[in-house]
Design a binder for this molecule. Structure first.
Ligand code: PLP
Length: 263
């Protein structure tokens, strides 16, 4: 028996601890029955307790990985994760303009839960100028959205305004994850390309095993898009799925444990 499988690409950093970054992406994509390819932007020495070291890769090998993927695969959807610095953001944007990989989900990863920076301050402007205009969907959490719009977001009205501002910067559909807004609230704020607003709701899950939730959410989105699911259904599916696996904890590591990527 032979069958075609949707092919997707993650452009991200690795996590030696297996819970976040490209490792979380690939596990999520596998769970979604799509074929994961990966362009590694950098390597982290990391576990569930934190990031111990990070090394961005030279742009020449990033370019080469893009070429290898583009020469052999038919990528149906693509996502970006940790890009580390200005040089890597510019390199990834240039490659995304060069190759046509289908819908782009930008997860503007900035800081790991333990506090380690995965994007320099100097790279924020490059991300806004070069990557946002290419994004079909952008999925910042609240702290990331605050950095992008350069102001505090404390009320729901603030967040909706930030969605509009981020859309004006060029991202077509904006999802601001509200998990950091107030305790016990688990709403995401979505501004669609057609101007429609919608809220993704989920029960508050009381767990400290949240390592890699952002990566997992954006990987769910990219996988569902690759399978041809329409965007609103995709976002709702991703939200529901993430909430389900957050409730089904696995005991791995001694810190902010990784998610259960078996589904
Ligand atoms: N490490 C890498 C390489 C990542 O891409 C990400 C993504 O957000 C993280 C760590 C974040 O991990 P955490 O969910 O613990 O913040």
């Amino acid at each position: 028996m032979t069958k075609n499988v949707p092919e997707v690409l993650t452009i991200a950093g690795t996590d030696s601890g297996g819970g976040a970054g490209m490792m979380a992406d690939i596990k999520t994509m596998q769970m979604c029955h799509v074929f994961a390819t990966g362009v590694v932007t950098g390597v982290t020495a990391q576990n569930t307790l934190g990031v111990q070291a990070a090394l961005p890769l030279p742009t020449a090998i990033i370019d080469q990985q893009f070429q290898s993927v583009a020469n052999d695969f038919t990528i149906q959807a693509v996502k970006t994760g940790a890009l580390f610095d200005q040089e890597r953001v510019a390199c990834v944007a240039e490659n995304l303009r060069k190759y046509h990989f289908g819908p782009l989900v930008v997860d503007p990863v900035m800081v790991a839960k333990g506090g380690a920076k995965l994007l320099t301050d100097a790279a924020i402007t490059t991300l806004v100028q070069e990557l946002l205009p290419l994004a079909d969907v952008i999925t910042p959490n609240l702290p990331e959205a605050q950095v992008i719009v350069n102001r505090q977001l404390t009320t729901e009205a603030d967040i909706w305004r930030a969605c509009t501002d981020i859309q004006a910067m060029g991202a077509k559909n904006v999802v601001i994850k509200g998990g950091h807004l107030t305790h016990q609230v688990n709403h995401d704020f979505v501004l669609l390309a057609n101007g429609r607003q919608l809220t993704l709701t989920g029960d508050w899950v009381n767990t400290r095993r949240t390592h890699g939730t952002g990566d997992t959410f954006s990987s769910l989105v990219v996988s569902q898009l690759a399978k041809g699911q329409e965007l609103v259904d995709t976002l709702q599916t991703a939200k529901t799925f993430l909430n389900t696996i957050l409730q089904d904890e696995i005991i791995v590591g001694h810190g902010h444990g990784p998610l259960n990527h078996w589904g």
